[in-house]
Ligand binder design. Structure first.
Ligand code: SIN
Ligand code: CO
Length: 390
């Protein structure tokens, strides 16, 4: 962890997390050279037309190019006819379609996998942008093709006002504090809340490595689902030291405190909170991107042992684990997994991002029995040697 990392401009992960992460931006030239020309504008255009892809086509209309129009997927070829001079095509979860891109998450290994959202790509002709705005999440903007000028401005929050009457949450002004052109391979880290504005210098592709942040409303919602499913929590809460001396119209502050205390005690001393968070954070954001696998039989798996096949996490699926009393517990795509301890050891490595050779150590009946449904549910994927070379 303490080595300087080229993706961070040769500072260490500790330094980045202490000084920059969620605090201030960081520009790194040639941080991700592997991304250069990995995909070209035409690849993005064709992908945007595919079924199940989540994409948006943003156009700047009007004589001042200040009237915005957003068209969401499914997009047809017709949508790209008669475009105004400035437009942007955004395609979400591009890492679910390109293993090479998905591999690049490893550059950011110092942030846990459960915080990853997806890699979005933006494609714009010269002058195209999505306007001045801010996001509520961390993003590493990586230039893949062509060049984009990025300007950064003031920090914003939930009270920030947007331009009225537009389909995007746009800022009318930015107090520019940063103004740089990013070339292919360059990276700009933008913390949550920092206003930014990226304008294509020429036909360009920019990748946004975005990170999800849980919010308390979402967690409470999920906890309450768990509570609602639990018979024990439906029992009435008993009175605590009922006294006769109070006005009958009042619910006292003490009574409220007692109820709050009981709720918090229950959260603290049961695993319902942990399970709610794990199920929430392991939910796939784009479930339609999870491929239908070729149904395998257990014998097919046995045949592959010792071959050059590898096993890893399917990029569109999510696999998380936590440790309770030294026991590893796994959650995948919103559901808890029921697996043996020898499977847990292997699954932990996969959840930690490893690609494992499907070698002799998989030759155990109980292990294969556990892995088999995970492969057939596309939580794990077996990759053939040809695919590895592709
Ligand atoms: C873009 O790449 O144009 C938009 C990415 C962002 O602003 O988060
Ligand atoms: Co943004």
């Amino acid at each position: 962890m303490s080595q300087p990392l080229s993706v961070l401009g040769n500072i260490t992960a500790e330094q980045f997390l202490n000084e920059y992460w969620q605090k201030k931006p960081l520009l790194v030239r040639q941080a991700v050279p592997e991304v250069i020309d990995l995909l070209e504008p035409d690849d993005i255009k064709s992908l945007a037309l595919e079924e199940n892809v989540t994409a948006r086509l943003i156009q700047q209309t009007g004589s001042l190019h200040d009237q915005w129009k957003v068209q969401s997927s499914p997009l047809s070829k017709k949508a790209f006819k008669n475009l105004p001079p400035y437009w942007t095509l955004l395609v979400q979860a591009i890492d679910h379609y390109s293993m090479d891109l998905s591999e690049l998450w490893k550059k950011f290994h110092f942030i846990p996998q459960w915080r990853r959202d997806d890699i979005m790509v933006s494609y714009a002709p010269k002058g195209g942008s999505v306007g001045k705005h801010f996001d509520f999440y961390d993003v590493f903007l990586v230039q893949g093709f062509g060049a984009r000028r990025w300007q950064l401005g003031q920090y914003c929050d939930e009270n920030t006002k947007f331009i009225e009457g537009q389909p995007l949450k746009l800022l009318s002004e930015m107090d520019i504090t940063f103004d740089e052109v990013l070339e292919p391979g360059d990276l700009l880290y933008v913390p949550p809340g920092l206003s930014h504005y990226g304008v294509a210098e020429n036909e360009c592709l920019t990748y946004s490595f975005g990170f999800r942040m849980p919010n308390l409303a979402g967690i409470i919602d999920r906890v309450s689902d768990h509570f609602a499913d639990e018979q024990l929590f439906k029992n009435p809460v008993k009175d605590n030291e009922r006294s006769p001396n109070h006005a009958i119209g009042e619910i006292t502050a003490k009574e409220l405190r007692t109820l709050k205390h009981q709720l918090i005690e229950t959260l603290m001393h049961s695993d319902h909170f942990d399970h709610a968070v794990l199920s929430l954070m392991s939910e796939p954001k784009y479930p339609d991107n999870i491929p239908e696998p070729d149904e395998l039989e257990l014998e097919d798996l046995l045949d592959l042992i010792g071959s050059t096949y590898t096993i890893q996490l399917e990029p569109a699926s999510r696999l998380l684990y936590t440790q309770e009393d030294e026991k590893l517990m796994f959650w995948a795509n919103g559901e808890r997994l029921n697996i043996q301890s020898e499977t847990a050891v292997i699954l932990k490595d996969i959840a930690d991002g490893q690609v494992l050779n499907f070698d002799a150590r998989f030759n155990h009946h109980s292990l294969l029995n556990d892995l088999f449904p995970l492969i057939n549910d596309s939580i794990l994927m077996l990759t053939s040697p040809e695919e590895n070379e592709a």
